[in-house]
Design a protein around this ligand. Structure first.
Ligand code: SF4
Length: 345
């Protein structure tokens, strides 16, 4: 797929004191791409756009390069212990994305250049939990692979975790530019998970991300490079002939692994399965930014559920949820007998 190129870059002056900040600046200084300066990466003003849709689109084309000052990591239960703060924001345009509600009206892409300080803090967290392993998630607020060709942050992070005893790293992606990661000494300490969905879902609601065949090829490549590999199917839409659509998707994954002579029974293949859900706030924002969307957000066939943080969301009714759980367990056990379904919600 075509890799993301920002329309404008905005630097915090202190970012240029770090090798990564300097490298990004030097790479773009003669490209003709607009470069601005800001006092704080948290205060970005003056971007073009009048309507909510225009403001959103312009922010997605903007890359902010800054220094991460808050080095208290957020927790990231249940998939990991902590969120590793490498990037906030994503150039993808997934209609349903959770970042719609968490990043405000101007969801710019922010990359943090003080990687050594972030890694030093990660070491502190590891020391607190040792000899137990500490797990860090790299995709809580972004898809870090979408910007890897500009930042190289994943390259550094995978290398760092490859050298630690007590730390494990994981991230999830809808992108495919994995070639620069294949030869790293990851030591099996990084799990790369690919977010997959049916062709229909990707074409309609996952714009500016890699296609299904590209993601499957990338998944097979990282599995062949010895990375613990995972699959996240999310959001699962229990609409239309969903059993056929998701059955075909699992068959395709099986074929891709098979083609590379990778054993589909491999024990390290994990599956995380998340059915579609939405909050009223997300529905309002999505409808404002994508007025023509046909994303299924009809309360009929859904039930209201309070989440762990006290806010409510619409999830599918009990019967389709039970059927989905049976369907995915059955198919995954048959096609990937060594793999494991970590959860389905
Ligand atoms: Fe959001 Fe992931 Fe899509 Fe990026 S790729 S817009 S993080 S869902």
């Amino acid at each position: 797929m075509r890799l993301f190129m920002p329309t404008r870059l905005i630097f915090e002056p202190t970012a240029l004191e770090y090798p990564l900040g300097k490298a990004i600046y030097e790479r773009f200084q003669d490209t003709g791409i607009e470069i601005q300066v800001t006092k704080s990466h948290n205060r970005i003003t003056g971007l073009p756009g009048e309507t909510p849709k225009e403001k959103y689109a312009e922010a997605k084309k903007t890359l902010v390069v800054g220094v991460r000052k808050t080095l208290e990591f957020e927790t990231s239960k249940p998939s990991a212990d902590y969120a590793l703060p490498l990037i906030t924001g994503c150039p993808g345009h997934c209609t349903y994305c959770y970042l719609q509600t968490t990043l405000g009206p101007r969801p710019v892409n922010r990359v943090y250049v003080n990687l050594d300080e972030i890694f030093a803090r990660a070491r502190d967290y590891m020391a607190q939990k040792a000899p137990d392993l500490t797990y860090f998630e790299g995709a809580c607020t972004s898809d870090p692979l979408a910007l890897e060709h500009i930042t190289g942050s994943l390259h550094e992070t995978i290398h760092f975790f490859g050298t630690t005893q007590d730390g494990r790293f994981r991230f999830v992606t809808k992108y495919d530019n994995v070639d620069g990661l294949l030869d790293l000494a990851h030591n099996g300490h990084t799990r790369i998970r690919f977010s997959l969905n049916t062709e229909k879902v990707i074409q309609k609601w996952e714009l500016a991300t890699a296609g299904l065949a590209e993601r499957l090829t990338a998944a097979a490549k990282v599995a062949a490079a010895g990375y613990p590999t995972g699959v996240i199917i999310a959001p699962i839409f229990l609409e239309g002939d969903w059993e056929k659509d998701y059955g075909d998707l699992l068959d395709l994954l099986h074929q891709h692994l098979d083609r590379l002579a990778l054993d589909p029974r491999r024990a390290d293949l994990t599956f995380e399965l998340i059915t579609h859900r939405y909050t009223p706030k997300a529905k309002a924002l999505i409808t404002e930014r994508f007025p023509e969307t046909d994303l299924p957000m009809n309360e009929e066939g859904r039930r209201w559920k309070y989440g762990q943080f006290g806010y409510g969301k619409y999830i599918y009714d009990k019967d389709p949820m039970t059927r989905a759980s049976e369907f995915f367990h059955e198919h995954i056990e048959k096609l990937f007998p060594g793999g494991s379904v970590q959860y389905i919600v």
